[in-house]
Design a protein. Structure first.
Length: 248
């Protein structure tokens, strides 16, 4: 509960700072919070906001669904099996530091300018970050705990499902949070190239029309998506990992 109160307090402080800059600058490119909220409500009432919101959420959903489980499985295998890691680590060290957004033109050459390219880009970023984290989490599983489970007669399957996976799940959810935050940011970029839907397109379209209140409303909607996704991950973590103490 305290965490959510802190989030509300942070939103209030941010809004007051925004209002202060608006009153101080008095420039058309910085509308006030009230005007931006009004533009957000108007777009919601017209249905235009939900059309673009649905497109962005759909891309994030398919990117997560198609990338997170293969990345987690491969990363865990690399963390627990030195032979697998000898193949995975060199590729990770070459590809992970590269800015994935720079691959967008190449991805569009392969997949075209449709949905597949945008979903692949977001999934590519999620895959890399989850794989790296799961590999490191797999390495950190307590050997003493594994030896204790073996002494009780537990086989490989039991060790995997009752020791290894529960041990790495907290790291998995941490990787998911980080990846989703990055994915939302990159989604904006992906939706500014040859797109006709999505919040990234909405923001850039409003910017080109000098509709600054709508532009900031789109940014606000994109921020809300990120916040809701974080809440969703927290909810899943509380259900799947009830032994983890919730953060204050």
């Amino acid at each position: 509960m305290k965490k959510y109160l802190n989030i509300i307090l942070a939103i209030i402080i941010f809004t007051l700072a925004w209002l202060g800059f608006y009153l101080l600058l008095q420039r058309p490119f910085l509308p006030g919070p009230a005007a931006t909220a009004g533009a957000l409500v108007n777009m919601a009432q017209s249905g235009r906001l939900f059309e673009h919101l649905g497109a962005s959420l759909s891309r994030i959903f398919w990117a997560v669904l198609t990338s997170i489980f293969p990345a987690a499985a491969l990363g865990l295998a690399a963390g627990r099996c030195p032979r697998v890691n000898s193949f995975i680590s060199p590729v990770v060290y070459i590809l992970h530091p590269l800015p994935k957004a720079a691959f967008l033109p190449v991805i569009m050459l392969f997949f075209g300018i449709g949905e597949a390219a945008r979903v692949f880009l977001v999934g590519f970023i999620i895959f890399s970050q989850v794989l790296m984290t799961m590999r490191d989490c797999g390495r950190q599983v307590s050997e003493e705990l594994l030896d204790a489970a073996r002494s009780l007669g537990m086989g490989r399957g039991g060790l995997l499902f009752h020791v290894v996976i529960p041990s790495v799940l907290p790291g998995f959810f941490t990787a998911l949070r980080i990846s989703l935050g990055t994915a939302v940011a990159v989604l904006f970029l992906a939706e500014t190239f040859a797109a006709q839907s999505g919040l990234g397109f909405l923001i850039m379209d409003a910017w080109s029309r000098l509709a600054y209140a709508e532009m900031y409303a789109g940014i606000m909607a994109l921020s809300i998506i990120g916040l809701l996704l974080f809440f969703a991950v927290d909810f899943l973590e509380a259900i799947i990992c009830p032994w983890i103490k919730p953060a204050d």
